[in-house]
Design a protein around this ligand. Structure first.
Ligand code: AMP
Ligand code: GLY
Length: 432
């Protein structure tokens, strides 16, 4: 089979790496890919948002399956565009992608179908939003409606901060049209986790849990990023909670979307807060998480191509996922300055030493090949990923490999996976 993966990040490298293990794959392409994906796939110089260009490529190269990584082409309708030409593509339609593309749609949907989430109000008028703030208990969370590359969520400790957030989003329009409407919602307290589920529109399978590390600095300090590392499984999601999430979040979402006439085929990503009242949805995404995917897929034993094909063909009821019993940790190495401004073009050294480390794979994100060398070209540069019998082992292996890699201004968190260790300690204290 000929497969095309769309995107250029660590997530797409992990998808390519995993798909390639399928004996059914003849050719695997990635558009546009990156410096590391080049080793595993034929990279094609077409941007992820060039929908027509990608469709032409898929037609000309007899692509049997296209897998879409990022949200922008999904929200722009890439799946509808491919399907019009009879091309098989794994991902939701434009209508279904609204679950990520519009927070107002997503919150109204959750309210309608009784899916647990924070109480909220939506506004298209800034003055009305400001009046609403008068009687609020703080903190509150202000969210721009549309896609804002993960930056459109502001936790406001008091009225002044909330008014400032509204001014920025609705008046200064820092997120452009994504700020035409806003959500103001209650601030939830708890530990976060990510659940990814694959659906064919009717049935779904839930992937093992994972946890992202969104803040730039250790101990969850500093500004939000795209994600500085992840591990899987996340012990905060017990077996019972997983059942709860499948029954009360994923199931009703797939069913509700069907009722809305927006059948959901693809990956449903539920960003959850584990509150004292149970799991609550912070957000839905309609794609694989980055870097969660890098931590989840190395533990998946099942052929991912088969899973995607079953989802596209409405045959997911035949699918059972098998998992490695151990743990996986992905440490993101980033460019100094990220998530703000950072320098590019730094030579990355030590990659082959790191690659030689046992049970370790280096997923590339912001890299490119230049004069035979790998150089940085993005904020998140690499996802150094190791699998171990348990979380301690996976952490040790991943950081051992991280130490072998250098580039000027390299930055990474030193506490990826530490939250999982805490559960182990608690468990052993209980046993004593
Ligand atoms: P989102 O893009 O909606 O997932 O929001 C990004 C991050 O903001 C989440 O991962 C949470 O850390 C935080 N967040 C979003 N909504 C809430 C909320 N209602 N309460 C507390 N934190 C939130
Ligand atoms: N890791 C967060 C996301 O993929 O949205």
């Amino acid at each position: 089979m000929n497969v095309l993966v769309i995107g250029s990040g660590g997530r797409e490298h992990a998808l390519v790496w995993k798909l390639k293990q399928s004996p059914k794959i003849k050719n695997i392409f990635c558009a546009p890919g990156n410096g590391g994906i080049e080793k595993d796939a034929k990279c094609v110089d077409i941007k992820a948002d060039d929908i027509k260009g990608l469709r032409d490529f898929a037609e000309k190269n007899s692509i049997d399956l296209t897998v879409v990584g990022p949200e922008i082409p999904l929200v722009a309708g890439i799946v509808d565009c491919f399907e019009e030409k009879g091309l098989k593509v794994f991902g939701p339609s434009q209508k279904a992608a609204q679950l990520e593309g519009s927070k107002v749609f997503s919150k109204e949907f959750m309210k309608k179908y009784d899916i647990p989430t924070a109480n909220f109000q939506s506004f298209s008028d800034m003055e009305e939003a400001k009046i609403f703030l008068e009687n609020k208990v703080f903190p509150v969370v202000v969210k721009a409606d549309g896609l804002a590359a993960g930056k459109g969520v502001i936790i406001c400790q008091n009225k002044e901060e909330a008014e400032q957030a509204l001014d920025d989003i609705m008046l200064a329009r820092v997120f452009k049209d994504a700020g035409n409407r806003v959500i103001i919602e209650d601030c939830l307290v708890g530990e976060e986790a990510s659940i990814l589920a694959i659906s064919d529109g009717n049935q779904f399978v839930v992937l093992d849990s994972s946890q992202d590390h969104k803040r730039i600095f250790d101990d969850d300090m500093g500004p939000n990023t795209g994600g500085m590392g992840a591990y899987s499984p996340a012990p905060v999601i017990t077996k019972e909670k997983m059942v709860d999430i499948a029954l009360n979040v994923i199931g009703p979402t797939i069913q509700g979307m069907k009722e809305e006439g927006a059948i959901f085929k693809g990956v449903l990503y539920a960003g959850l807060m584990m509150t004292s009242d149970g799991p609550m949805v912070l957000e839905f995404n309609v794609r694989f998480g980055d870097p969660e995917t890098q931590a989840v897929l190395p533990r998946l034993k099942t052929d991912l191509l088969d899973v995607f094909l079953s989802a596209c063909d409405g045959m997911l009821h035949e699918t059972r996922l098998e998992w490695d019993k151990g743990a996986c940790v992905c440490v993101v190495m980033s460019s100094r300055g990220y998530p703000g401004v950072y320098e590019k073009g730094k030579v990355v050294e030590g990659l082959s030493d790191a690659d030689d480390c046992a049970d370790t794979v280096i997923f590339h994100a912001g890299t490119k090949k230049q004069n035979g060398q790998i150089v940085t070209c993005g904020g998140r540069v690499l996802g150094v990923t190791s699998i171990g019998n348990d979380i301690e082992q996976a952490i040790a292996k991943a950081y051992n490999a991280v130490e072998k890699i250098q580039f000027e201004g390299c930055f990474f968190r030193r506490d990826i996976g530490a939250k999982a260790l805490k559960y182990k300690e608690e468990l052993s204290e209980k046993r004593i």
